[in-house]
Design a protein around this ligand. Structure first.
Ligand SMILES: C[S@@+](CC[C@H](N)C(=O)[O-])C[C@H]1O[C@@H](n2cnc3c(N)ncnc32)[C@H](O)[C@@H]1O
Length: 267
């Protein structure tokens, strides 16, 4: 991926954190120019609508169009507290109560991986986009300090790598399950939205501004073939009415209101 350039806004009181993030991002080929701002509030965000980064007491944020976002792991708490291996479709599809290790090869904001780790799996997350990887790293660091999430965070490992390269290099059956949730262009279209979904949609808008930097959106067609070579259980998340990933018919499906999970097994 080409080098990326961002403005990074931070208040002077967060200087050491901002400089540490600048170094970390530079190691990921994301170059930042820091602008010191006394107060980064809603008004400031409205007047600075360009895609940028922010560092504050809650770590690293992505900002654009008058909003800022970071993977919202703490906000997932109510769902996590209700979750069990039977009432969550993703958990059923991944058989989280029977398996130990899961590879989430398309990490994104890490919400799905968080649920799987919360329910006891050891989850390795792969994210190839350097800014998303940095946002996840920041969120994972915060989670390790949060008494409600610290145990779960210990079961999460995060790697900055393209899943195609990673899958090519690992041994067969290194992971009990490989989970794929590649981008889908018309995701969220035509969905009824409650307040939470509207919030998710805002996050997705920022994500979509970030992701197509290298041209056409990669829809992950190659990942399924590689994943099936390496694991006897591959689960793919799709919008409810989407075509099968790589046109491959799954052996089983779990249907939810907005999305479904397609299962591919070695027989
Ligand atoms: C739809 S999002 C995943 C959302 C995620 N399931 C969640 O719960 O937040 C897809 C993510 O996969 C990443 N991705 C797509 N192809 C990838 C690949 N080959 N290797 C690593 N990451 C990839 C994208 O950068 C994007 O962040």
């Amino acid at each position: 991926m080409q080098d990326l350039n961002f403005l990074l806004y931070a208040a002077p009181e967060h200087e050491s954190c901002a400089l540490a993030w600048q170094k970390q991002l530079s190691d990921l080929n994301v170059h930042t120019q820091i602008e010191w701002v006394d107060e980064i509030n809603a008004r400031f965000l409205r007047f600075h609508p360009e895609l940028s980064l922010i560092v504050d007491e809650n770590g690293l944020w992505l900002a654009a169009n008058g909003m800022k976002m970071q993977p919202a792991w703490q906000a997932e708490m109510p769902r996590l507290k209700r979750a069990n291996p039977k009432n969550e479709l993703l958990a059923r599809a991944c058989q989280v109560n029977k398996v130990e290790t899961i590879l989430d090869a398309t990490a994104g904001l890490g919400h799905d991986a968080l649920l799987l780790a919360w329910l006891g799996a050891r989850v390795t997350l792969l994210e190839r986009h350097p800014v998303l990887f940095a946002l996840l790293l920041s969120t994972l660091e915060q989670a390790k300090l949060d008494p409600g999430l610290a145990d779960t965070a210990q079961r999460i490992k995060l790697l900055h790598i393209d899943a195609e390269h990673y899958l090519a290099d690992i041994a067969s059956e290194q992971y009990d399950v490989v989970y794929l949730d590649p981008m889908f262009p018309s995701r969220d279209a035509n969905q009824k939205q409650d307040k939470k979904q509207a919030q998710v949609k805002k996050q997705m808008q920022l994500l979509h501004m970030l992701l197509p930097v290298d041209g056409v959106m990669d829809l992950g067609e190659n990942l399924l073939k590689q994943a099936r070579l390496k694991s006897s259980r591959v689960i793919v998340k799709r919008p409810k009415h989407a075509v099968f990933l790589a046109d491959q018919m799954p052996q089983h499906q779990w249907h939810g209101d907005a999305c479904r999970f397609d299962g591919y097994f070695k027989i």
